[in-house]
Design a protein around this ligand. Structure first.
Ligand code: MN
Ligand code: MN
Length: 469
C-alpha cells in the first residue's frame, strides 16, 4: 500500500535530515548474517585459547604465522611487502605489514587493542591452610566487582620461574577432566549483615582466597598437612617448591568456555570479551588483508586494565620504537610518519542495558547489535583523562565507514557523572597520531562472563578491514 503512494514531503525530509541508529540484523540479508555467525566461530575458539595476555600472544602468533607473518627483532631490516610480528616479552604483540605507498606522506594505519582482562592474580606468598582447606591468597587485577568472583569455577594459568631458572607453564581447570578452583561465599541464611552492605564492600579483597585443596598429607609429624599435600602435587607436576611462587605470574580466570547465548544464538557469552572482541578482529583484519599499498600495524597491548603501565603496556616506548624503525628503513622522519598516521583505538564500550537504564543516557549510548561503536571521548567527570578526538578525524572515520556500507553507531560510556573509564587512545595521541576509540558494545563489562552481539563483532571486523585496506 505504502509503495504506491508517494512519500510526503515531511517523510522525505525526515529520511534525509534525521539520524537514526540501525540494527545490523535488520539491515543485513541472510548471507551477511551467516557471515557474521561464521566469523563468531573462529572468535570463540580464540577466546577459549587466549584467557591471559600471554596465551593471547601465543595464539595470535600461531594465527599470524599461518598467514605468512614471520618474527621481527628490533634492528632487523624492513622491506616493502614484509609481514612481521614483534613479540614483546610474550605479553604484548605488534604486527605490521609494509605497503608500497610512501609512508612519509601516508603514515601507518594502526589498530590498537589490548589482550589483558580483569582477573585475580596469585600473591607472592599465597599458600596456607585453615579448617580443612588449603587456600591461595590473591590480589585482583583490573576493575572487578568482587562479589561476582565467588562461588564460580576458576582456572589457574601462568608461568612459574623455578629456582633453577627453568620456566614452567601452569594451566589447570580448562580441560573437562581438570579440577577447578573456587572462592567461598557466605550462605544466605547467615548473610543478614553481609547482604545489607554496599556491593563494593560486601566481599573484601582479602576474602578472595582460592580453595586449592582438602586432602591432608598422611604424616603425624607434619603441621600443615593439606598445604604440604598441595605442594607435593605441584612439585610432582611442575617441579615447584613454595618459594617458586615468588617468581611466578599465576592468575585465576573463570573456567567457563565461551558459549552462544539466546535461543537464536545471536549473542556470545564469555570471559574476556574486553578486549579480545576487538583484538581478534584487528588480528584477522591485518592477517587477511591482501592490499599492497598501505602500511598497517596492529598492537595487541597488555596492562590496559591497570592504566597501560609497565613495559608491556601501551605507555612503553617499544611501540614508538617500531614506528621509528619502519620510518628509518625508508629514510623518512618518524615525526612525519607519526603525524600522517591514523589509529583506531580498538576497545569495547558500555552497551545500553535496559535493566540498568539509570546509568545510561539513552540517546548517546551504544545499543546492542547496532554495529561497531565510535567513542569520540572517554574519561570521567569533565572528560578528565580522555583523548577527545577531533571533529576532523571523526569525520574521516565516519566517511570511511559509510563509504564501505558498514553499520556503525556512536557511544558514550554512560551518564555524564555516573563514573568513567579510559583506553589506550590517549597514549597513542601522545605520539602525535590521530586516534579515536571504536569497538564492540559489551553488556556486563568486566564480569566473569560478559555478553556481546555477533552483529557488533562482525561490524567491528568489517570496519577494521576497511580501515587498513
Ligand atoms: Mn578494554
Ligand atoms: Mn576493561
Amino acid at each position: 500500500m505504502a509503495k504506491d503512494k508517494e512519500k510526503s514531503l515531511g517523510a522525505t525530509l525526515e529520511e534525509q535530515l534525521t539520524f537514526k541508529k540501525k540494527n545490523f540484523f535488520e539491515e543485513s540479508d541472510d548471507k551477511k548474517i551467516k557471515k557474521a555467525f561464521d566469523y563468531a566461530v573462529g572468535y570463540m575458539k580464540y577466546l577459549d585459547e587466549s584467557k591471559t595476555e600471554r596465551e593471547a600472544v601465543k595464539t595470535s602468533i600461531a594465527y599470524a604465522e599461518s598467514k605468512g607473518f614471520t618474527e621481527y627483532h628490533l634492528g632487523d631490516k624492513i622491506s616493502v611487502g614484509d609481514k612481521k610480528y614483534y613479540n614483546n616479552r610474550g605479553k604484548s604483540l605488534v604486527l605490521f605489514k609494509i605497503g608500497k605507498d610512501d609512508i612519509g606522506a601516508n603514515g601507518i594505519r594502526i589498530l590498537a587493542s589490548h589482550i589483558d582482562s580483569p582477573r585475580l592474580d596469585v600473591k607472592q606468598v599465597p599458600l596456607y591452610e585453615d579448617c580443612g582447606m588449603a587456600f591461595l591468597k590473591t590480589h585482583y587485577y583490573g576493575g572487578i566487582k568482587k562479589y561476582q568472583w565467588t562461588a564460580i569455577p576458576l582456572a589457574l594459568h601462568g608461568p612459574v620461574v623455578l629456582s633453577s631458572g627453568e620456566v614452567v607453564d601452569v594451566c589447570i581447570g580448562e580441560d573437562d577432566n581438570d579440577p577447578v578452583f573456587y572462592i567461598n561465599d557466605l550462605l544466605p541464611h547467615l548473610a543478614r549483615e553481609q547482604v545489607s552492605k554496599p556491593l563494593a564492600t560486601a566481599i573484601d579483597g582479602e576474602t578472595l582466597n582460592i580453595v586449592v585443596g582438602g586432602l591432608p598429607f598422611n604424616d603425624k609429624d607434619v603441621k600443615d598437612k593439606i598445604k604440604l599435600s598441595v605442594l607435593s602435587k605441584l612439585n610432582e607436576k611442575y617441579g615447584m617448591t613454595e618459594s617458586d611462587f615468588l617468581s611466578a605470574e599465576l592468575s585465576l580466570v573463570p573456567a567457563f568456555k565461551s558459549r552462544d547465548v539466546g535461543i537464536d544464538r545471536a549473542l556470545i557469552g564469555s570471559y574476556g570479551h574486553d578486549d579480545r572482541v576487538c583484538s581478534y578482529p584487528a588480528l584477522t583484519a591485518i592477517c587477511e588483508d591482501d592490499g599492497d599499498k598501505l602500511t598497517s600495524m596492529v598492537v595487541l597491548a597488555d596492562k590496559e586494565e591497570i592504566g597501560s603501565e609497565g613495559n608491556s603496556g601501551m605507555q612503553c616506548g617499544v611501540y614508538e620504537d617500531i614506528i621509528n624503525e619502519i620510518a628509518m628503513a625508508f629514510g623518512k622522519s618518524s615525526a612525519l610518519v607519526r603525524r600522517n598516521s591514523k589509529c583506531l583505538s580498538a576497545d569495547v564500550t558500555a552497551c545500553y542495558d535496559p535493566n540498568f537504564a539509570f546509568a545510561y543516557e539513552r540517546r548517546n549510548s551504544s545499543m546492542l547489535s547496532c554495529g561497531t561503536a565510535i567513542c569520540k571521548f572517554t574519561g570521567s567527570g569533565g572528560k578528565g583523562g580522555s583523548n577527545d578526538a577531533s571533529a576532523e578525524f571523526m569525520g574521516f572515520v565516519r566517511k570511511m565507514l559509510d563509504d564501505n556500507g558498514i553499520i556503525w553507531q556512536t557511544a558514550e560510556l554512560g551518564k555524564v557523572d555516573a563514573g568513567g573509564g579510559g583506553t589506550v587512545a590517549k597514549f597513542i595521541a601522545k605520539l602525535n597520531i590521530d586516534v579515536i576509540d571504536i569497538g564492540v558494545p559489551v553488556i556486563s563489562m568486566h564480569a566473569p562472563y560478559e555478553l556481546i552481539s555477533k552483529a557488533d563483532l562482525y561490524s567491528t571486523y568489517e570496519a577494521f578491514v576497511a580501515f587498513i585496506k
